[in-house]
Design a protein around this ligand. Structure first.
Ligand code: ADQ
Length: 500
């Protein structure tokens, strides 16, 4: 008999994402090693895949030889403690693709077109038919591999429930449609869902994409389509009605398509809250100055509003020279998409801006901005989050933004610090007790910095305790449960992993 938590996962989960939850690397002996990744998404999703004997379909982070077989994927290292350690190699389906085609799909269509367009920055988007063809081809390839995963799932699993296929993000918006077509030919039964991690733009932006109908049809092949917040759901519903002429129900968030009723759901993602609390409790102190620290942590991406943030800080120093020598801005930027020109230009712009502001305000013993360009470890990050007086999370546009949530989780000291968040991030919609700051309006942003630095202790405590309570209650495991519930699949508490 099947006992314990496994019995409670009624359906196997097949996750389809651009990247696998680990990367494969060639070792010195010509063999292959698995290097785990520890993001919050993986932490929550991997245990459900593992326990339900599901599978994960994705690109392994390197281009494999064309004769590569998934039987060559190594098992995880016995010392591996990460959530994917229990994912057996036969639960993984790699997508291997011609490097030139992958480049046009990934840097071309995904990051060159969809990323800026979906963040409502059409001026930065490149519209190329070649890139689009590559996107179509790679989405088909992912769909073929998902069918392989479904067949494997039927063969291996003892679960009686119908498997759930869960496709992730803007890289794979066409995939569900191909999966449905290919599966119909083979008479495979499954539930199909999609989740978008970035915003879904309003219709007048979305329609600029020459193949926008195909994108909608791709997503509408699902039984359920999830977004972080209701506004993105409504944008999507609106586009389905205006582009495709679908019948829609805005109140209940339903779209009729192909004789089916597609559910559209807000599913705001959370973080592994308890894990960040533990990290913050154990992290060594790094910030040792008496100066108050204003913190920024982001991928170096033009959507994150880094240039505006530094300019707002410059204006703050101009208006409040009494803070010279008393406050530091610490910006930690992790390099991202470094082979894309837009990102190289942003790096240069940031380097110059930091230099200019530091040159303008520095004294012999103090400089206003410290700028770390690199990835910092989780424990170090927790120490910065814990000891900062203010966190500025001010993207120009952002699906959710996990940094805002990680900061509040790590604010374990009394009195706590202050969170400043942009209303144009999903987090700005849900984290009501944060100070709102429009990053486009530099004067107002400078005033918000002043307000954060001068906020009375009791107000800081009240705001932070409410923010922390909400993030604790709606952590990433809550998100995973909400997804399974929205799919109508019973999952017991035990099946969603502990995040510590
Ligand atoms: P991202 O655009 O990557 O995610 P975000 O949600 O902020 O943005 O997540 C970034 C992650 O990277 C955080 O977990 C953070 O700790 C980490 N990170 C950032 N800078 C770092 C550094 N210098 N060193 C180490 N770690 C660093 C996309 C969407 C978001 C959405 C998420 C999840 O764009 O809007 O919240 O997916 O759905």
């Amino acid at each position: 008999t099947v006992t314990s938590a496994e019995a409670n996962v009624k359906s196997s989960l097949i996750v389809v994402s651009n990247r696998l939850p680990f990367v494969l690397k060639q070792d010195d002996q010509g063999g292959m090693i698995r290097q785990a990744s520890a993001g919050g998404l993986v932490t929550a999703v991997a245990p459900v895949v593992i326990k339900g004997k599901g599978l994960w379909v994705g690109w392994p982070g390197l281009h494999l030889p064309s004769d590569f077989s998934d039987t060559q994927i190594p098992e995880s290292d016995p010392t591996d403690q990460t959530p994917t350690a229990g994912l057996k190699s036969d639960q993984v389906v790699t997508v291997n693709c011609d490097p030139d085609l992958f480049e046009m799909y990934y840097n071309g269509c995904c990051n060159g077109t969809h990323w800026p367009l979906f963040h409502s920055m059409p001026g930065r988007a490149i519209f190329s038919a070649d890139h689009w063809r590559a996107y179509v081809a790679v989405n088909k390839l992912f769909a073929e591999k998902t069918i392989e995963a479904l067949e494997r799932c039927y063969k291996n699993s003892t679960n009686k429930g119908i498997p759930i296929v869960w496709v992730h993000d803007y890289h794979l918006m066409l995939c569900a449609n191909y999966i449905r077509e290919m599966a119909e030919e083979k008479d495979l039964k499954f539930h199909l869902a999609f989740f978008l991690h970035i915003p879904f733009p309003p219709w007048d932006i979305f329609r600029l994409f020459p193949w926008s109908d195909e994108i909608l049809q791709g997503m509408l092949a699902c039984d359920m389509v999830g977004f972080h917040i209701r506004d993105y759901c409504l944008n999507f519903v609106d586009c389905c009605q205006r582009n495709l002429g679908c019948r829609v129900d805005r109140k209940n968030l339903l779209v009729e398509h192909g004789g089916r009723s597609v559910r559209v759901r807000p599913l705001p993602i959370g973080i592994p809250f308890d894990r960040f609390v533990e990290l913050a409790k154990g992290a060594k102190k790094i910030i040792k100055t008496k100066q108050k620290v204003i913190l920024g942590v982001d991928r170096l991406d033009y959507t994150k509003g880094l240039v505006n943030r530094l300019k707002a800080f410059e204006l703050f120093l101009e208006r409040h020279p009494e803070y010279i020598g008393l406050v530091n801005f610490l910006q930690i930027s992790v390099p991202s998409r470094t082979d894309v020109t837009e990102y190289q230009q942003l790096k240069e712009e940031m380097d110059q801006l930091v230099g200019r502001i530091n040159g303008r305000f520095s004294t012999a013993i103090w400089s206003p901005i410290r700028y770390i360009f690199g990835c910092v470890g989780q424990s170090e990050l927790a120490a910065y989050y814990r000891d900062a007086a203010v966190a500025m999370v001010t993207p120009l546009r952002d699906g959710m933004n996990l940094v805002a949530k990680e900061f509040v989780a790590c604010q374990i000291n009394e009195p706590p610090g202050v969170l400043i968040v942009s209303p144009f991030a999903g987090a700005g919609e849900t984290m009501h007790e944060a100070l709102l700051c429009n990053p486009y309006e530099l004067g107002a942003a400078a005033d918000v910095i002043y307000r954060a630095l001068t906020m009375p202790e009791d107000e800081r405590s009240l705001r932070m305790s409410r923010l922390r309570r909400r993030e604790m209650d709606t952590d990433v495991n809550h998100w995973m449960r909400s997804f399974m519930k929205a799919m109508g699949s019973g999952v017991e508490e035990d099946d969603i992993g502990s995040t510590q």
